[in-house]
Design a protein around this ligand. Structure first.
Ligand code: NAP
Length: 215
């Protein structure tokens, strides 16, 4: 797939690099595409990954990963223009600065607000409930960490499911986009466990299922 990755930070680097290694065509989008950080990222990513402006990363993409801080989203989405039919993956967690909770505006999740700011685009929430350590290696003793995703467009979710599976996560369809608030709350639980309860970043959620016992 042709994936535009907006941002060159921690999430952008790990997901973009791993997708490039799996044969996806990656264009990173940066505010400073000629800077040293962007150059080093492209070199590290290999696989023909390139870097350009935020517009460049969107232009040729089928799928766009928004890997910038949540607070950057309104201006960024206004500046890149109409996303047309592209899939927009929102991995953001709208955290309060002291990590004490989520910023909730108008009773909407960050994903729903992003869907409102984006012109065009089919928004899928994904990749918000894992640390970058788990994104780099989702297998725990051979068992895949779960990656929840939700959205309203079936075809968009199929593409995102594939991108999740390509990184060795177990994709879990969490329903329509209105369920994004559940994923954002789950991320808050993760951050609480990792930061306040001492679990650190090498831990992950896994959904399990079994057949019910016969009646
Ligand atoms: N870190 C995690 O463990 C983790 C896990 C799950 C989800 N997330 C979510 O993933 C997103 C990215 O997190 P991160 O940890 O990768 O952040 P990060 O390391 O701070 O990187 C964010 C990148 O976004 C770009 N950026 C920053 N401000 C911008 C602006 N005003 N306009 C346009 N681009 C801007 C920058 O790239 P350029 O300087 O190249 O433009 C920067 O490198 C956040 O929404 C976060 O909640 C993070």
């Amino acid at each position: 797939m042709r994936v535009g990755v907006l941002g060159t930070g921690r999430v952008a680097a790990v997901l973009g690099t791993r997708w490039a290694a799996r044969g996806h065509a990656i264009v990173f989008g940066s505010r400073n595409p000629t800077g040293e950080k962007a150059r080093q990222l492209v070199e590290r990513a290999g696989g023909g990954a390139t870097v350009g402006t935020l517009h460049d990363a969107v232009a040729t993409a089928e799928v766009v990963l928004l890997a910038t801080p949540y607070g950057a989203a309104p201006d960024l989405l206004a500046s890149v223009g109409d996303l047309g039919d592209r899939v927009l993956i929102d991995c953001s967690n709208p955290l309060k600065p002291d990590l004490s909770g989520l910023v909730v505006e108008g009773g909407l999740s960050a994903a729903e607000r992003i869907a409102g700011w984006a012109r065009g685009g089919r928004v899928v929430k994904a990749f918000n409930v894992a640390s970058t350590a788990t994104m780099a290696q989702p297998l725990y003793d051979g068992q895949a960490a779960s990656m929840f995703y939700c959205g309203d467009d079936r075809d968009a979710k199929t593409l995102v499911r594939q991108l999740i599976a390509d990184l060795d996560f177990e994709p879990v369809d969490a329903g329509p986009l209105r369920c994004a608030s559940y994923l954002e709350s789950l991320a808050m639980l993760y951050i609480h466990l990792a930061v306040r309860e001492g679990w650190g970043s090498h831990c992950a959620f896994r959904m399990m299922r079994r057949d019910p016992p016969p009646k």
